[in-house]
Design a protein around this ligand. Structure first.
Ligand SMILES: [Fe+2]
Ligand SMILES: [Fe+2]
Length: 236
């Protein structure tokens, strides 16, 4: 009841903001979208843009892997460790554990269907990912990557990216839509609010914005900041 009251109070405040802003939209959905006049995202949009941050780390892993094999001394180990730490805090401890494992997966599993059939594999991949994350942090903690570790580390980075790309893609296209359908419009709005609260409590601000700043900085440190550099060569 207390949580419901709190949400009602928040919705009322948001409603006042809506009037002040002079916006004519006055349905229940409009109240949520007026909150702070920024970052009003739905639950699935929130989850999917978090995947965007994680994908940028997967790109880092894929780009660093061949460089590690060619010349491990030339790879900025601290920057790689920062990428992995971001994956751990934003991806594993927040996105996976607080949102997917506590909220999304139980709802989807109960609803049944194709998405429910994916949950065991998704959980196994979360667990394997955490093992790999611990391994990468261990191998990079000295600030340099030893020649003896470079090849195995490169293979592990590539294997992690190979695992997480289909993982996130299945969640985006099957699991999250099933979650949205299972909870209905009201439940979906309420959970969207709840996710935003969890994000602010966890990171002391907008976790997405903080993560984007961090990943952009890591990309700069690793020479991966220029999007043009990823344009495929012309077909000959
Ligand atoms: Fe996941
Ligand atoms: Fe996910």
């Amino acid at each position: 009841m207390m949580e419901k009251d709190r949400r009602t109070a928040l919705a009322s405040l948001a409603g006042i903001g809506l009037l002040v802003a002079g916006c004519a939209k006055n349905d229940a959905d409009g109240a949520k979208k007026s909150e702070g006049d920024e970052d009003a995202v739905t639950a699935n949009e929130d989850l999917m843009r978090e995947h965007g941050v994680l994908r940028r780390i997967l790109v880092i892993y894929r780009e660093v892997a061949p460089k590690l094999v060619a010349n491990p001394g030339a790879v900025d180990a601290a920057a790689l460790a920062a990428a992995t730490t971001l994956f751990q805090t934003f991806g594993e401890r927040y996105h996976e554990q607080m949102l997917e494992e506590q909220h999304i997966f139980p709802i989807v599993r109960k609803a049944g269907g194709e998405a429910a059939g994916l949950v065991d594999a998704l959980l196994a991949q979360h667990a394997r990912g955490r093992e790999i994350t611990a391994y990468i942090l261990d191998r990079t903690k000295s600030g340099r990557i030893g020649t003896g570790d470079a090849r195995a580390l490169a293979q592990t980075l590539t294997a992690f990216a190979r695992m997480y790309e289909p993982h996130a893609a299945r969640e985006d296209t099957i699991v999250f839509p099933a979650f949205k359908k299972a909870v209905g419009a009201k439940g979906y709005d309420d959970l969207g609010d709840q996710f935003e609260d969890i994000e602010r409590r966890t990171f002391g601000g907008d976790g997405f914005d903080i993560a984007i700043d961090k990943v952009a900085d890591i990309e700069r440190r690793l020479g991966l900041a220029d999007l043009n550099a990823f344009t495929a060569p012309a077909v000959t």
